[in-house]
Ligand binder design. Structure first.
Ligand SMILES: [Zn+2]
Length: 635
């Protein structure tokens, strides 16, 4: 029994989850607990037991590609050796960086450094081309920042200053292990912070990144080279691709590239070198001694409010399962995901897509031609359910010498991965590739492929269970499926056609009508006070549109059930978003996460729908009431 005094009509989230929230304890090594996080922990526990058995030879996975995942797991656990070697495994790389004195010397080694994971003055990678989703493009963007967003660098941002102090303190202590003199250590850190501040003035903010279709900015390589000098991007590309170096690049962050001389020039070159040195050193700590690994995670712990690092066994599993995510995900799916559940959820997805089409047909703000295009886009959505049938050949190339120390192994593996990514440039896109593995508790929509992925790990209670009622499953996994489909028609997805190409398929008037609704959604969330901060309606608009669409379509299915249980639907919706998080983590998410806080996802979404008012007799005297003229239902 729920003895909470909170009425469901006033606060659905608290009424359903209040009792749990009172007693739930966030584990020391995590920023959150509840909902998604509980499932992730349960998956981790199961898989850690299996990894332990694999390592001891008590059990086999039956998957050849898992061999190296298990070898890597053991490598992390070999703390005796890691502690003995201390800082030594990273010294050759640091020496290499120290030997570079001029931009020309950097240009001569940049391709090699890129493969070794050293931060160059620009980031280079290969992605699906936004205008032609059958092929790839070489993309360029500015470097990564120390803090989670450009907004942290504002003059009046106190948490930015505090976090940089934590970072500095950590860097001082790690630098003390290097052969640098005390004077040099001080200089390197000073330059690192100064260089980071220069970058922060040029790169995109999280808000700007949230409109990802704006990343598509093709530019001649010659033009890009004129901005990046003295960094010779043409030379780097020639070394990576020989004769086949691309003549056009896609500039994801045009300002960062056009104004690159603001952070990379003859004058700032030394600062760059010191910044790259400190970053390479800190990135390596995770694979060195336990002492250095713990030290190197200080910033992350403070940033997320986490009290302690995971146990060494957990770290070993986490690294192995992240590095070999496809074989691990397939193992998880084959072992723990039933065919019956898979069939059931695939049917649910089909039903939701069909219902979405019906709703499109009944849509009141689109012209017939635009509706037809939207329906065509729905018809071509590919569904990836559970885990892939086959493991891609790439995973059997991810091998290493088992006698090597952990750090060179990880450097080698990331070089293989980087080379594989770069080699895709002149190959067609493989639409059968999975972007999210089976053991991850999440789901996603990929606008370039127009496909949705539901890993096996999310298809569990409270999201989904063969033992839950249909109404509960619709309020859980159903609404999540609807959410992912809705991403095809959020403010970003709407710019892509049924083949995943960035192409306008709207009439002008229809798009204007959609933009007006989008603006209404921005306003519905913008400025809501939350933990001393405010929600950004703009940053979260794509996810809020997706939640709104997901609930709309699943409620439509509820109408067709013989015995729909609307209260159960809404209660399970509240249950899946149940979460307790560390205050520090809440603050970071408020600034960078495109999702609204879980409490608001739970409490804002239902009030847009008639069914909510009917399910619990919600009236204008209740907190979760919204006047009919303010309710929004876009899809
Ligand atoms: Zn989403």
């Amino acid at each position: 029994m729920n003895d909470s005094t909170v009425r469901i009509q006033d606060d659905l989230y608290e009424a359903v989850n209040g009792e749990w929230l009172k007693t739930a304890v966030i584990p020391d090594d995590r920023p959150t607990t509840g909902g998604f996080s509980d499932l992730a922990q349960a998956v981790e526990k199961t898989m850690m037991a299996d990894f332990s058995d694999f390592a001891e030879g008590k059990k086999t996975s039956g998957i050849p590609e898992m061999k190296y995942a298990v070898a890597l797991y053991k490598k992390v656990l070999d703390t005796e050796r890691r502690n003995r070697e201390g800082i030594a495994p990273v010294l050759p790389l640091l020496e290499r960086l120290r030997s570079i004195k001029t931009p020309d010397e950097l240009n001569a080694s940049a391709a090699e450094l890129l493969l070794q994971g050293v931060d160059l003055p620009i980031r280079i990678s290969v992605e699906d081309d936004m205008e032609d989703a059958t092929r790839h493009s070489l993309i360029v963007l500015g470097p990564d920042l120390i803090l989670p967003d450009t907004t942290y660098y504002a003059e009046d941002n106190e948490s930015g200053k505090q976090l940089l102090a934590v970072y500095s303190d950590m860097a001082v202590r790690v630098l003390a292990y290097t052969p640098l003199s005390e004077q040099e250590q001080k200089q390197y850190l000073e330059d690192t912070l100064a260089y980071d501040a220069l970058i922060a003035g040029k790169v995109k903010s999280r808000l700007e990144w949230s409109e990802y279709y704006k990343c598509h900015n093709p530019m001649d390589t010659d033009e890009v080279a004129s901005y990046t000098a003295p960094f010779d991007i043409k030379k780097v590309l020639r070394e990576l691709y020989g004769e086949n170096a691309p003549e056009t690049l896609i500039v994801y962050d045009p300002k960062a590239i056009r104004e690159m001389n603001g952070y990379f020039s003859e004058e700032t070159f030394e600062r760059y070198l010191h910044w790259a040195y400190v970053k390479a050193l800190l990135n390596a700590t995770e694979y060195l001694s336990e002492e250095l690994a713990t030290l190197g995670k200080t910033f992350f712990r403070v940033l997320t409010g986490v009290a302690a690092d995971p146990t060494i066994e957990k770290q070993a599993y986490q690294l192995a399962s992240m590095t070999y995510y496809e074989p691990v995900g397939v193992y998880y799916g084959r072992t723990y995901f039933g065919e019956e559940a898979k069939r059931d959820v695939v049917n649910m997805v089909r039903k939701i897509i069909e219902t979405y089409k019906l709703r499109m047909q009944k849509n009141t703000f689109l012209a017939e031609e635009t509706k037809a295009m939207a329906i065509r886009k729905l018809s071509t959505i590919e569904v990836k359910m559970g885990y892939p049938d086959e493991i891609k050949p790439f995973w059997s190339t991810l091998v290493f010498a088992e006698g090597d120390p952990l750090l060179p192994i990880m450097t080698r593996l990331s070089a293989i991965r980087m080379r594989h990514t770069l080699d895709k440039l002149h190959k067609p896109v493989d639409r059968t590739e999975w972007v999210m593995p089976g053991h991850i508790v999440n789901a996603c929509y990929n606008p370039s492929a127009n496909d949705i992925t539901f890993p096996a790990a999310i298809l569990q209670k409270p999201f989904y269970s063969l033992r839950q009622s249909v109404s509960e499953n619709l309020g859980g996994i159903g609404a999540v499926i609807g959410h992912e489909i809705s991403h095809a028609f959020d403010n970003n997805g709407a710019k892509f056609d049924e083949n995943g190409n960035l192409k306008n398929w709207w009439t002008e008037a229809d798009f204007r009508a959609f933009e007006n609704l989008t603006r209404d959604m921005v306003e519905q969330f913008d400025g809501i006070e939350f933990h001393g901060g405010k929600v950004s309606g703009e940053l979260t608009v794509s996810e809020n549109i997706a939640d709104n669409g997901g609930m709309g379509v699943t409620l439509e299915i509820m109408h067709t059930l013989p015995n729909p249980d609307y209260p159960a639907f809404f209660k399970n919706w509240a249950r899946v978003w149940c979460e307790k998080a560390k205050e520090e983590y809440i603050q970071v998410l408020l600034t960078i996460d495109v999702h609204s806080p879980n409490v608001l996802r739970t409490n804002m979404t239902p009030r847009n729908f008639r069914e909510w008012y009917e399910a619990f007799d919600v009236t204008e005297h209740d907190q979760m009431y919204l006047a009919p003229e303010k309710r929004i239902s876009i899809w």
